[in-house]
Design a binder for this molecule. Structure first.
Ligand SMILES: Nc1ncnc2c1ncn2[C@@H]1O[C@H](COP(=O)(O)OP(=O)(O)OP(=O)(O)O)[C@@H](O)[C@H]1O
Length: 581
């Protein structure tokens, strides 16, 4: 144990060193200095690896206030009092004891025991001492007995000061206390080292801030992610918040990607005004098929169109956003399914991210760990639990996984809002695109059923494209608008948008002309077909594709073979034969 002694008077240094020699467990170094001078010495020495400080009286008190090491006080013992009062007992002049309560109380007891006639005065703070001594001097007091502060003031006032010096017993008592305190501190340090090791070994990144919001601890894992291995916790925190201002915020879960780092699920917790950020790697190491957005999400107000069909869809969408039930958004390619999903998310006032998982691009084998996580890694459902998950091309969502998902949803687990979309209707019975009956269905009309909206949509898109490309296009030539109303739009709004985009990018004039418009539309048809291929609708042999179509029509006709056969333009026997091939 390395101990620093600050002795307010030289004799105490000598005594401490003498007694310290007999204490093998104490490695003692002593400096002389009273009050401010002593504090200065203690300040310097506290940087030199001492375990604790031993000092006395007012000096000890000063040090304790401004140095973080434990400070042991050498108490004024009864023996010390006895010695000094014995010394003064036969003094014939007027004497007084002056000091803080700890000195005066003990002195009174011994004075009374000895039957001495010495007055006593208690100081509450050091500022009072001068005035008091002046008054005592006026009353004829010649000698004052007390601690360093009293004696120093006495000298300045012109009185005789007698210092109550510390004896052997008091110094030994201080050593005993020092040893005991050291044991407690050492145990404490050991225990905090233990906790520190646990935090340092954790696979999660951990950042802790105190009640004032000042970062106090950052573990190695979070430092590694941020590339700040040796910086202070404050620097770690400010770097993290600069990169992800959202993390400053309230309690809850956030999903963030640090530049060049892994995707992290961040839990922000507050306990006893201590704020803790727990960062966990997610299973989402690759971005294929996934998109996370917090901002610039569509709202219902943005959904253009006055047709009855689209207004009804908006009304239903708004209604769904007031519930928590999962929603299946059904519609042809490019009809605005994701736009509606985002609008539902925005309208529900959800704080978390809008996460898109595209089942056309996600490997079904990886889907379980992606959704449900692994041992130490959070999956999308946990990491995004305060947001929404939008399953695009959900008809490709493996049925067993869907069942697992709905089991979890029904057990009331904390899950994100669930939204599915597909161009094909979900089946009511188990099958390729099984879906749970708890789901609300929102059907979006194809563009051909809401042609009255075409002009408004063109206007909106042209305005956006003018801004994007710095053009001043004011509309479509009337002939092109007529043409656009007549032709088919298998890619719906998305197709219209991309046709307009290609035209705006290329052309300058105020109106988009008929010829270029039609050419562009022709070109876009082949792209739409590619989208269909993308959906897997055209995978496999002709026979397989035919099977898919027949089963789809049958499903849409509620398994009524007569109606399905009629719709396909074949007779019932042919249908039956084809189905049982
Ligand atoms: N009612 C609308 N008003 C304005 N813009 C719309 C509307 N609906 C869709 N859009 C725009 O059309 C484009 C296609 O929409 P979106 O991506 O939502 O369609 P989708 O049905 O989800 O497509 P996919 O079938 O490819 O999944 C987007 O750019 C979107 O902003």
């Amino acid at each position: 144990m390395k101990v620093l002694g600050i002795a307010p008077y030289p004799g105490l240094k000598k005594l401490m060193l003498e007694l310290g020699d007999q204490e093998p467990s104490i490695d003692l170094f002593v400096e002389v200095g009273d009050l401010e001078e002593g504090l200065e010495r203690a300040r310097q020495a506290s940087k030199e690896g001492y375990d604790l400080i031993i000092s006395r009286g007012g000096t000890a008190r000063l040090i304790r206030e401004s140095v973080s090491l434990p400070v042991i006080d050498i108490p004024i013992s009864g023996y010390d009092m006895l010695r000094v009062l014995t010394l003064i007992r036969d003094y014939r002049g007027e004497a007084a004891i002056v000091g803080f309560p700890n000195i005066v109380e003990g002195a009174i007891t011994i004075r009374d025991l000895l039957g001495l006639n010495i007055q006593s005065h208690t100081l509450q703070h050091s500022g009072e001492v001068q005035d008091l001594l002046f008054r005592l001097q006026e009353k004829g007091v010649q000698v004052v007995i007390g601690d360093v502060i009293t004696v120093r003031a006495a000298e300045e006032t012109g009185l005789n000061g007698i210092l109550i010096t510390s004896g052997k017993e008091a110094v030994l008592e201080a050593f005993r206390q020092a040893k005991q305190t050291y044991r407690v501190v050492r145990d404490h340090t050991r225990r905090s080292r233990l906790f520190r090791t646990v935090l340092e070994e954790d696979d999660r990144g951990i950042l802790v801030a105190d009640g004032e919001g000042e970062a106090q601890y950052a573990n190695p894992r979070i430092r590694k992610w941020l590339g700040l291995e040796t910086d202070s916790p404050e620097v770690v925190a400010s770097t993290l918040f600069r990169r992800e201002p959202r993390l400053r915020g309230a309690e809850g879960q956030q999903l963030v990607r640090l530049p060049g780092g892994p995707l992290l699920a961040v839990d922000i917790r507050v306990k006893d005004s201590i704020k803790i950020w727990v960062l966990r790697e997610t299973t989402l190491s690759s971005d294929a098929g996934m998109d996370i957005r917090y901002r610039k999400l569509a709202r219902f107000a943005r959904i253009t169109g006055h047709s009855r069909k689209i207004r009804e869809a908006v009304k239903k969408g708004r209604k769904i956003s007031r519930t928590v039930s999962p929603v299946w958004i059904l519609g042809e390619a490019g009809t605005g399914k994701e736009t509606f999903a985002q609008a539902i998310h925005s309208e529900s006032g959800i704080s978390g991210p809008f996460i898109t998982l595209d089942f056309n691009r996600i490997d079904p084998k990886e889907a379980p760990s992606l959704l449900f996580g692994e041992k130490d890694r959070a999956g999308v459902l946990e990491a995004g639990k305060e947001g929404s998950v939008y399953f695009r091309n959900a008809d490709r969502f493996p049925a067993d996984l869907q069942k697992r998902l709905f089991r979890k949803w029904k057990s009331g687990k904390d899950l994100p809002r669930l939204m599915f979309s597909s161009t094909l209707p979900p089946g009511k019975e188990e099958g390729v695109f099984y879906f749970d009956p708890a789901t609300s269905i929102l059907s979006l009309p194809p563009l051909k059923e809401r042609m009255e909206d075409l002009e408004d949509l063109c206007r909106l898109f042209l305005a956006e494209l003018n801004t994007k490309y710095g053009k001043q296009i004011v509309g479509l030539e009337p002939a092109l608008l007529r043409e656009f109303r007549e032709i088919s739009w298998p890619g719906n709004i998305a197709q219209l948008q991309s046709v307009l985009e290609s035209l705006v990018r290329r052309l300058e004039g105020p109106y988009l002309p008929l010829r270029e418009g039609k050419e562009e539309w022709e070109r876009s048809r082949s792209q739409v077909r590619n989208v269909a291929e993308d959906n897997g609708w055209l995978d496999g042999t002709l026979e397989e594709i035919e099977q898919r179509i027949i089963r789809q029509v049958l499903k849409e006709e509620g398994n009524n073979q007569t109606r399905a056969a009629k719709r396909l333009g074949i007779n019932r026997t042919t249908l039956w034969r084809k189905l049982n091939r």
